[in-house]
Design a protein around this ligand. Structure first.
Ligand SMILES: Cc1cc2nc3c(=O)[nH]c(=O)nc-3n(C[C@H](O)[C@H](O)[C@H](O)COP(=O)(O)OP(=O)(O)OC[C@H]3O[C@@H](n4cnc5c(N)ncnc54)[C@H](O)[C@@H]3O)c2cc1C
Length: 496
C-alpha cells in the first residue's frame, strides 16, 4: 500500500468493493496488463475485459489497423498484427516494471521469442527459414515465403507499443544489427552451421561492436586492431568498444577492426585495413554494463579486448571491405529505429490523451481546454505524416527485396543508393517527432510525466529514451547531412 503512486487513503476508502469504474477513472488503459504479476485471482470472464473494453482511438495506431483501407496490407498483415499484439500483452507487458530495475529476464524472453518465430522475423528479410528447425511465424500467421517488409514493420511497431524500448525491443536489437552482416558475408560451416542457427534459436546472443571511446560517427577512424599471427592462422585483437547494445549478454561480437599484417605495422599505424571480425566471448574479452539515462534493459555495454586470439576464418568478407559490410545493413537498422521511435511517440500520445480525458482541473477535464487539445493536434499531425512516410519507405524497401529476388542488376544499386538518403532523413525526422511527442505528453501529464512508476511511467521513460534515439543508428546531424549531401551531389551532376 505504501508504494501506491496515488497514496493509500483512496485504497483504504474503497477496499472490499467493486472499484472497476473508479480504477479506470484514474488509470491508463494498460496499467492492469502491466501489473499482471500482482494478480491474485480473476472473476470468471473478466480476465481480458480491460483490453477489450476500450476500442482503439484515432492516432494511437496507424490508420490501416483502425480500418482505413490501404493498398499496402493484406490479410496476413492484419492477422500478424493481432497475434503479436496478444503476444506482447501476455509476455512483455508483465515484464515492464522489471526493466527499469535491471531485472529483465533477457535470456528467457529471447527463447520465447525464438519459438514464436519473432527472433528470426525481426532479424532479416527474406525470412531465414534455412537456419531453423521449424520455420514458422506466430503459429502460422504468415507463411515464411510471403514475409515482407510490411510484416517486419508490423512486428516492430507492435512490440514497441508495449511502451518500453528495453522490454519490447531491446532483446532483439543486437541480433537485428549484428546478424545480417554475418548472414551476408560469413563463409564456412562455423557461421552457417553453428553461429547463425544458435542465435536464431535463442541459445546464443550476438551484438554489433563498431563504436569506440575515440570513434563514433566516423567509422573509418576505428582503432581496434587485429594483427595476423606469424603463421597467419589467427588474429591477435586489442581495443575497446563503447555503448554496445546487448553486449553484456552477448556470446558473439561482430567487431569493426583495422587489420595489420604485422605488429610493427600496427605500432607505426600504417596500412591498417578496416574490416569486420566475429569475436566469440572468451579469454581476453571483458564486458561491463554502462550507466545510461535510459533504454534500460538493453544492456548498453563497454567491451575490452586484450590479446584475444581469433581464427582468421572468423573474418567477414575480405580484409579491407569493412566499410561496405558495416554500412550495408544501415537502411534496415534505421527503418527499425524509425518504426520503434514512432511507435513510442504514439504511446506517449495515447497515455497523455487518456489522462487528459480523466484529469479534472478548475472544474472540467483537461481535454476541455483548447490549449491542451491543440497539443494533441500538433502531436497527431506529426504521427500521421511520419507514418505515411514510413509506409512509403517500407514500400521502396520491399520493392528492392523483389528486385533482388528477381536477379536485380543495376536497378538494385541505384535504388539502394537513393534509398539511403531518404531513410537517413526519415531517421533524423522521427527522432524529432519522438522528442516532441514525449515532451508534450509529459507536459500534459504534469508531475506524473516526471515520475517513475504510476500513470505517467511510459511517457517519463520515453522522454528519457528519446535522447538515445537521436544518437544511435546514425546521429541526427549526420543523418540530415547525409540526406542533403545526396541532393547536393545530384545537383552538381546535373547542373555544374
Ligand atoms: C543507447 C545507445 C546504443 C548504442 N548501440 C550501439 C551498438 O550496438 N553498436 C555500436 O557500435 N554503437 C552503438 N552506439 C553508439 C552510436 O552508434 C554512437 O554513439 C553514434 O554513432 C555517435 O557517435 P559518438 O557518440 O561518438 O558521437 P560523435 O561521433 O563524437 O558525434 C558527437 C556529435 O557531433 C555530431 N557530428 C558528428 N559528425 C558531424 C559532422 N560531420 N557534422 C556535424 N555534426 C557532426 C553528431 O551528430 C553528435 O551530435 C550506441 C549509442 C547509444 C547512445
Amino acid at each position: 500500500m505504501e508504494e501506491h503512486p496515488g497514496g493509500k487513503a483512496i485504497l483504504l476508502k474503497h477496499a472490499g468493493k467493486d472499484v472497476s469504474q473508479l480504477f479506470h477513472k484514474y488509470h491508463g488503459p494498460h496499467v492492469l496488463a502491466d501489473h499482471q504479476r500482482l494478480l491474485v485471482r480473476s472473476l470468471s470472464g473478466a480476465e481480458r475485459k480491460e483490453v477489450e473494453e476500450r476500442s482503439p482511438m484515432l492516432y494511437e495506431s496507424a490508420g490501416w489497423s483502425l480500418g482505413f483501407p490501404s493498398p499496402y496490407y493484406k490479410e496476413s498483415h492484419h492477422k500478424l498484427r493481432e497475434c503479436v499484439r496478444s503476444w506482447v500483452h501476455d509476455k512483455i507487458s508483465p515484464l515492464l516494471p522489471l526493466c527499469e530495475k535491471r531485472q529483465f529476464p533477457f535470456k528467457e524472453i529471447i527463447k520465447e521469442s525464438a519459438s514464436a518465430g519473432l527472433l528470426a522475423a525481426t532479424s532479416i528479410i527474406p525470412f531465414p527459414s534455412q537456419y531453423l528447425q521449424h520455420p514458422q511465424i506466430m503459429g502460422g500467421a504468415v507463411p515464411p515465403e510471403d514475409f515482407d517488409y510490411f510484416h517486419q514493420v508490423i512486428i516492430w511497431d507492435e512490440l514497441a507499443r508495449s511502451g518500453s524500448y528495453g522490454a519490447g525491443v531491446g532483446w532483439f536489437s543486437g541480433q537485428c544489427i549484428g546478424l545480417p552482416p554475418v548472414i551476408a558475408y560469413g563463409q564456412g560451416d562455423f557461421f552457417h552451421q553453428t553461429l547463425i542457427p544458435s542465435v536464431l534459436s535463442g541459445d546464443k546472443v550476438i551484438c554489433l561492436a563498431i563504436t569506440e571511446p575515440g570513434s563514433g560517427s566516423d567509422i573509418r577512424s576505428t582503432s581496434c586492431s587485429a594483427v595476423y599471427s606469424s603463421d597467419r592462422r589467427e588474429f591477435l585483437l586489442n581495443g575497446e568498444k563503447k555503448w554496445i547494445t546487448n553486449g553484456i549478454y552477448a556470446d558473439y561480437f561482430v567487431t569493426a577492426v583495422k587489420i595489420y599484417e604485422s605488429e610493427e605495422e600496427r605500432r607505426k599505424n600504417v596500412n591498417g585495413r578496416l574490416s569486420v571480425v566475429v569475436v566469440p566471448r572468451g579469454e581476453g574479452v571483458v564486458t561491463r554494463e554502462m550507466e545510461c539515462s535510459g533504454l534500460h534493459g538493453t544492456g548498453t555495454t563497454f567491451v575490452s579486448f586484450s590479446d584475444v586470439r581469433v581464427p582468421v576464418e572468423y573474418l567477414l568478407g575480405k580484409a579491407g571491405d569493412g566499410f561496405n559490410i558495416l554500412t550495408r545493413n544501415f537502411n534496415h537498422e534505421r527503418l527499425f529505429v524509425i518504426v520503434v521511435g514512432l511507435s513510442l511517440a504514439r504511446v506517449c500520445f495515447r497515455e497523455a490523451f487518456c489522462h487528459a480525458q480523466k484529469r479534472e482541473v478548475f472544474g472540467k477535464s483537461l481535454m476541455e481546454n483548447g490549449v491542451i487539445r491543440k497539443k494533441f493536434g500538433m502531436m497527431a499531425r506529426e504521427l500521421e505524416t511520419t507514418w505515411a512516410w514510413v509506409e512509403q519507405v517500407t514500400f521502396l524497401m520491399d520493392q528492392l527485396r523483389v528486385l533482388k529476388a528477381n536477379g536485380g542488376g543495376s536497378k538494385v544499386e541505384s535504388l539502394e543508393e537513393r534509398l539511403g538518403s531518404r531513410v537517413a532523413l526519415l531517421k533524423g525526422h522521427t527522432t524529432k517527432v519522438l522528442e516532441f511527442c514525449s515532451r508534450e505528453a509529459a507536459q500534459v501529464m504534469g508531475g506524473l510525466g516526471f515520475t517513475k512508476g504510476g500513470i505517467g511511467d511510459k511517457v517519463e521513460r520515453a522522454w528519457r529514451d528519446a535522447r538515445g534515439f537521436s544518437v544511435f543508428a546514425g546521429s541526427e546531424e549526420v543523418m540530415f547531412d547525409m540526406a542533403v549531401r545526396k541532393a547536393q551531389r545530384d545537383y552538381q551532376k546535373e547542373n555544374l
